[in-house]
Design a protein around this ligand. Structure first.
Ligand code: NAD
Length: 414
C-alpha cells in the first residue's frame, strides 16, 4: 500500500465516525493540484543533469497551502501527496488559516557542491513558482533543506517579481525575516501538549520519568523544556548512534553541549549506561516521546510498551496495528499532527510578521504558541470524549470538520 493510500485509511475511519457527507468526503480526499517538474541544472564539471521535483497542494479551502520541501533520492509523487494531505489536517487542527501543501526534489544533496545546490534550489523554485506565492502556497524546510535553502528560495522569487517578498517561504534565517522561536517551536509544542495530557491523566510532572527517541531538533528541545520548565526527569535518550539511560535524569544542557561537540551524536556520553533504541521504547517510564523516525512502534513491540503517555514528536512513529494494541492497553497517545504542530504554528507567525514587516519578541512568540497548542489539545480532547474514540481519530474529526465547514460555506464553484 502506498503512503497516500494508507493516509486515506485513517481519514476514512474518522469521516465514517463523524458521518461526513459522502460528497464532501470525496472532495476532501483529493489533492487540488499536483505539479511534476523536470528541470536542468548545470553541474560544476560543465555537464547538465535533469532533476525531477514535485509540488502538491492538497486543500486550500481555509487559506494558502503550507508545507515543507524535502530533498531526498527516494521522493515520489505519492509521498508528497500524502505529506500534503497531512499538512491540511495539521493546520486545521491547530486552527491556523492555511491549507496543506508539500514539495520535494529527487536528489541526494550530500553529493552536490554548494554552488550546484544553490543552482538546483533556484531553478526548482522558479519551476514551481506558477503555484507558490505569499497568498497562494508558502513552502518551508523539510528533510535535507534548511534556512540557507529558504534564503535562496525567497531571493529567487523576489528577483523575479522585482522586490523583496519575505512571506513566500518560512524557516528563513533570522536576519532576513525568520521568526524568533522557530527552532524550538516543535519541541515547545510537544512540551505544551505533554503538560496538558498529564493534567488530564492526573500525572504529576515534577519528577515524572521521560524517555525520548531522537535527540535532534524536536527531541532535544522537548527534553530541555520538559526538564527545565516542568521538572521532569529525562531518564533515557537515543539517536542514530544508540541510546543512554540514567535513573536520576540527565542534565540536558550538558548533553546538548556534548552532542554538538561530538559530531551531532550522543554516543560516548559519560554520565549514563548504554541502551538500544529498541529497549528505550519499552522502558517503564511515565512518558515516551518518539521524536526520530516513522514506524518504530509496531505490532511486534507495542505489547511491551509500558509508558502511560506517548506524545508523538515524529511523524507516524506508531503503525495502525500498534495503535490499536496501545489503545487496548489504556495508553494515552497524543497524535503526531497535533503534537508536532508547534513548528507550523510558528511558521504561521513568521508569515504574519513578514507580511507586516513587524517582528515579534521571543516572549510574544512563545505566549502565542502556548495559547494555540493548549486550545487545540482541549478541543481534540473534548471531541475524543464526545465520540468515545481515540485522540488520533478525534484530531482528524476536528480537522476534517473545519475544512468541511469552510468548503460548504464557500460552495462548489461555479
Ligand atoms: P533531526 O534530523 O533534527 O533529528 C532526528 C534525530 O533522530 C537525530 O537525533 C537522529 O540521530 C535520530 N535518528 C535518525 N535515525 C535514527 C534511527 N535509525 N534510530 C534512532 N534515532 C535516529 O530531525 P527533527 O527535525 O528533530 O525531526 C524528527 C521527527 O520530527 C521527524 O519525524 C520529523 O518529520 C518530525 N517533525 C519535525 C518538525 C520540525 O520542526 N523539525 C516538525 C514536525 C515534525
Amino acid at each position: 500500500m502506498g503512503l497516500f493510500e494508507s493516509a486515506l485509511k485513517q481519514y476514512y475511519k474518522a469521516a465514517k465516525l463523524m458521518d461526513l457527507d459522502p460528497n464532501l468526503r470525496e472532495v476532501l480526499a483529493h489533492p487540488k493540484r499536483e505539479l511534476t517538474v523536470h528541470f536542468p541544472v548545470k553541474m560544476d564539471d560543465g555537464s547538465v543533469h535533469v532533476f525531477t521535483g514535485y509540488r502538491v497542494q492538497h486543500n486550500v479551502a481555509r487559506g494558502p497551502a503550507k508545507g515543507g520541501i524535502r530533498y531526498h533520492p527516494a521522493v515520489t509523487l505519492d509521498e508528497v501527496k500524502a505529506l500534503a494531505f497531512w499538512m491540511t489536517w495539521k493546520c486545521a487542527v491547530v486552527g491556523i488559516p492555511f491549507g496543506g501543501g508539500k514539495g520535494g526534489v529527487q536528489v541526494d544533496p550530500s553529493r552536490l557542491s554548494m554552488n550546484e545546490l544553490e543552482r538546483l534550489s533556484r531553478r526548482y523554485f522558479s519551476e514551481i513558482q506558477i503555484m507558490v506565492g505569499p497568498d497562494e502556497d508558502i513552502p518551508a524546510p523539510d528533510v535535507n533543506t534548511n534556512p540557507k535553502v529558504m534564503a535562496w528560495f525567497m531571493d529567487t522569487y523576489s528577483m523575479d517579481v522585482g522586490h523583496t517578498v519575505l512571506s513566500v517561504v518560512t524557516g528563513k534565517p533570522l536576519e532576513i525575516g525568520g521568526s524568533e522561536g522557530r527552532l524550538e517551536a516543535t519541541g515547545r509544542g510537544v512540551r505544551v501538549v505533554a503538560e496538558e495530557a498529564a493534567n488530564y491523566l492526573g500525572m504529576d510532572l515534577r519528577g515524572a520519568s521521560v524517555a525520548i527517541q531522537g535527540f535532534g531538533n524536536v527531541g532535544s528541545h522537548a527534553a530541555k523544556l520538559l526538564s527545565q520548565e516542568l521538572g521532569c526527569r529525562i531518564v533515557a535518550v537515543s539517536d542514530i548512534s544508540g541510546g543512554i539511560c540514567n535513573e536520576r535524569g540527565f542534565d540536558i544542557d550538558e548533553l546538548i553541549r556534548y552532542r554538538d561537540e561530538n559530531g551531532g551524536v550522543i554516543k560516548g556520553y559519560p554520565d549514563g549506561e548504554s541502551i538500544s533504541n529498541e529497549d528505550l521504547l519499552t522502558l517503564d517510564v511515565d512518558i515516551l516521546i518518539p521524536a526520530a523516525l516513522e514506524n518504530v512502534i509496531t505490532a511486534e513491540n507495542a505489547e511491551k510498551v509500558r509508558a502511560r503517555l506517548i506524545v508523538e514528536g515524529a511523524n507516524g512513529p506508531i503503525t495502525p496495528e500498534a495503535d490499536e494494541i496501545l489503545q487496548n492497553k489504556g495508553i494515552f497517545v497524543v497524535p503526531d499532527f497535533l503534537a508536532n504542530a508547534g513548528g507550523v504554528t510558528v511558521s504561521y507567525f513568521e508569515w504574519v510578521q513578514g507580511l507586516q514587516w513587524y517582528f515579534w519578541e521571543i516572549e510574544d512568540v512563545r505566549k502565542a504558541l502556548h495559547k494555540v497548542m493548549k486550545k487545540a489539545f482541549a478541543t481534540v480532547l473534548k471531541t475524543c470524549r464526545y465520540y468515545d474514540t481515540d485522540m488520533r481519530t478525534a484530531a482528524y474529526i476536528v480537522a476534517i470538520e473545519r475544512v468541511a465547514v469552510a468548503t460548504k460555506l464557500r460552495g462548489i464553484y461555479p
